[in-house]
Design a protein around this ligand. Structure first.
Ligand code: 5GP
Length: 236
């Protein structure tokens, strides 16, 4: 597989074309951003940890029957993926109240949400990823009824798989963001699943083990990511 040209440089990953038009290479960089890219720092080992973390989780999800874009781990920082036509909305599932939900509704952080909630946000840094609903998605042509139903069903199926996986490792999966795209017409999980895009709290102490350590200046960011990886069995 030949790596060709840089296609897109995101806040934490760079996407490259390959000699196969259906496949891309994602390169995980050490860049860590918060507040819609306003704050960016380099964190040693982050690219490697997130790449291997993501590969491990995506493999578990594929084994559970979720269509994912991941094809093969290429190196410490690179993964080979299917080229998706991305749906420009983020799907957020929440098992506990935290982050923007706490700000928006004034509920107590940590409140158990039963059933888990499902929310949609438009991917747009300049607008700070505003919350949208299904009718916006349909009216603006971002996703069809059927695609939305599939994205929602897959998001909840992923919740069952991952809640159990993290629970066994003594961790609470508080919430997470997913991005889907289309591969040959099929809704497929894309982007990444890593501690950059989810909240994980230690069950006993409620210690934050995710990107909130960076957002809130708590320190020990990569050490926390590595601890989570070790507990769930990611080979680093
Ligand atoms: P919130 O809406 O509370 O800010 O985020 C909910 C969950 O989705 C959190 O786990 C957060 O990390 C993740 N999330 C939401 N939007 C983004 C985003 O644009 N980038 C990343 N990396 N994670 C996001």
């Amino acid at each position: 597989m030949k790596k060709l040209a840089e296609l897109y440089r995101g806040k934490a990953k760079t996407v490259y074309t390959t000699d196969n038009p259906d496949l891309l290479i994602l390169e995980f960089r050490n860049d860590t951003s918060a507040f819609d890219g306003l704050r960016i720092e380099q964190l040693d080992r982050k690219g490697m940890v997130n790449n291997k973390f993501n590969y491990f989780i995506m493999t578990k999800l594929r084994e559970a029957g979720i269509p994912t874009q991941v094809e093969a781990l290429l190196s410490d920082n690179e993964v080979l993926v299917k080229k998706l036509e991305m749906v420009p909305v983020e799907c957020v599932v929440r098992n506990r109240a935290a982050g923007s939900l706490v700000k928006r509704l004034g509920v107590e952080e940590g409140k158990i949400l039963n059933p888990a909630t499902f929310e949609l946000f438009l991917k747009n840094d300049a607008l700070h990823d505003p919350m949208v609903n299904e009718s916006h998605c349909k009216a603006f042509g971002w996703a069809t009824d059927e695609q939305l139903a599939t994205m929602k069903a897959l998001s909840f199926k992923i919740n069952s798989v991952l809640t159990e996986l993290f629970d066994k490792a003594g961790l609470i999966l508080v919430d997470y963001k997913l991005e889907f795209g289309l591969f040959k017409g099929e809704i497929t999980l894309g982007d990444e699943f890593s501690p950059d895009g989810c909240r994980l709290w230690e069950k006993q102490t409620l210690k934050k083990m995710d990107k909130d350590r960076f957002r809130q200046g708590l320190g020990g960011v990569i050490e926390a990511y590595e601890e989570v990886a070790k507990r769930i069995g990611v080979p680093l």
